[in-house]
Ligand binder design. Structure first.
Ligand SMILES: *Cc1c(COP(=O)(O)O)cnc(C)c1O
Length: 371
């Protein structure tokens, strides 16, 4: 097959399952369990469908202007994309163009290595510490750029702004990208540092805290110089990525701050409650500041739990990867969904404890402990 040698081969990112079955509990892709703000529904009904005959504004100014106002930056500092995956992919293509490797944590969002491979960007991973925290000193080695999520995924662990700034200080000659997909669930954003560091790009999304994964809206904020480079590359790939509905509904979603706060506050409350209840069942979990919990059980392997949960119609995320192959990542759903999860786990852990005891009886008999 002669043409095959000329084909760009990619090992794609594997997203969490999107089963279309009814009655399942879907806690595997960190979507918001609550609907978008009511204003979005109203605005959707008012979209001028005749206008769909025209190409949308390639600069998506309805949305970039709304984001600029919301985050108190200039519109020239904002770039939007079809989900933050699109924004990140464009950023990799634009900013990571060095022969030195880019750096990111060994346990992190698995899309980073996929883009690096696709765009042939050399990369090196920096091992998280035993406590699964980023070690800022690792990012002082020569590099062609740095990227990490904060809070990190799938650990949920939040690094302080001090740590982020330490990494920026050591990396003034390369672009540093902070992926803040989960920052609205109790994190501190690096956005204020954008004024001080013109090489910092902060990426966020409407998919998690803003309950709009299906609309595909992501954005980033940085210096005007960074954003202008990003636009040059984007307009060399596809000018019209943001549909008119995405621009209009995205801008609308930013208007209802009270609703936004109530949703994120609710998710945080549920997260903390479930962390405590999991601990009572023998699970340990990280101090997640995201809309998911990263947990492992003291005796039952994560893979076994993942399969049992899936069979019961409860979908969570599991990776058979070094360092995290005994952990489950569980999205924080509604209280009702989480109660059903806990009910299942309570029964499962209970049964396995009984089995554990019975399994040791023959040994006890042999040892003369039991007559
Ligand atoms: C979910 C996620 C994204 C991308 O989400 P989009 O839906 O494409 O906006 C990016 N980074 C991390 C760490 C994520 O978890």
């Amino acid at each position: 097959m002669s043409w095959e040698k000329n084909v760009r081969r990619a090992v794609p990112y594997v997203a969490g399952e999107q089963p279309r079955k009814p009655d399942i509990i879907k806690l595997n892709t960190n979507e918001c369990p609550y609907p978008p703000p009511p204003g979005v529904k109203r605005a959707a009904g008012k979209i001028d469908l005749d206008a769909l005959r025209l190409y949308p504004d390639p600069g998506a100014s309805i949305l970039t202007d709304a984001l600029a106002e919301y985050y108190h930056v200039r519109p020239e500092q904002v770039f939007v994309g079809v989900g933050s995956d699109d924004v990140l992919s464009m950023a990799f293509l634009t900013f990571f163009n060095s022969e030195d490797p880019i750096l990111f944590p060994d346990v992190t969002y698995s899309f980073y290595s996929v883009w690096a491979e696709l765009y042939r960007i050399p990369y090196r991973t920096c091992a998280l510490g035993e406590d699964l925290r980023i070690r800022p000193e690792d990012y002082s080695q020569p590099n062609g750029g740095v990227i990490f999520p904060n809070p990190n995924a799938p650990t949920g662990i939040l690094e302080s702004i001090g740590t982020v700034e330490k990494i920026l200080q050591a990396n003034q000659d390369a672009v540093v990208i902070v992926d803040e997909a989960y920052v609205d669930f109790g994190g501190t954003s690096a956005l204020p540092l954008v004024e001080k560091y013109d090489n910092l790009l902060v990426v966020q999304t409407f998919s998690k805290s803003r309950a709009m994964a299906g609309m595909r809206i992501g954005f980033c904020i940085g210096s005007e110089k960074l954003i202008s480079c990003l636009n040059d590359v984007k307009f060399s790939v596809n000018s019209y990525t943001m549909s008119l509905p995405a621009q209009v509904l995205g801008a609308e979603a930013l208007r209802d701050e009270d609703y936004f706060r109530s949703v994120t506050d609710k998710i945080i409350l549920t997260r903390e409650r479930i962390k405590r209840e999991l601990a009572e069942l023998g699970f340990s979990s990280t101090d997640s500041r995201a809309n998911f919990i990263f947990a492992s059980h003291e005796s039952i392997p994560a893979e076994e739990l993942f399969t049992a949960l899936r069979e019961a119609g409860i979908y969570v995320r599991y990776w058979k990867k070094p360092r995290i192959d005994n952990c489950l990542r569980i999205t924080v759903g509604t209280d009702e969904q989480m109660d059903r999860l806990m009910e299942f786990l309570g029964t499962y852990v209970g049964k396995s404890r009984i089995l554990d005891c019975t399994a040791t009886i023959p040994e006890k008999i042999e040892n003369g402990e039991v007559q």
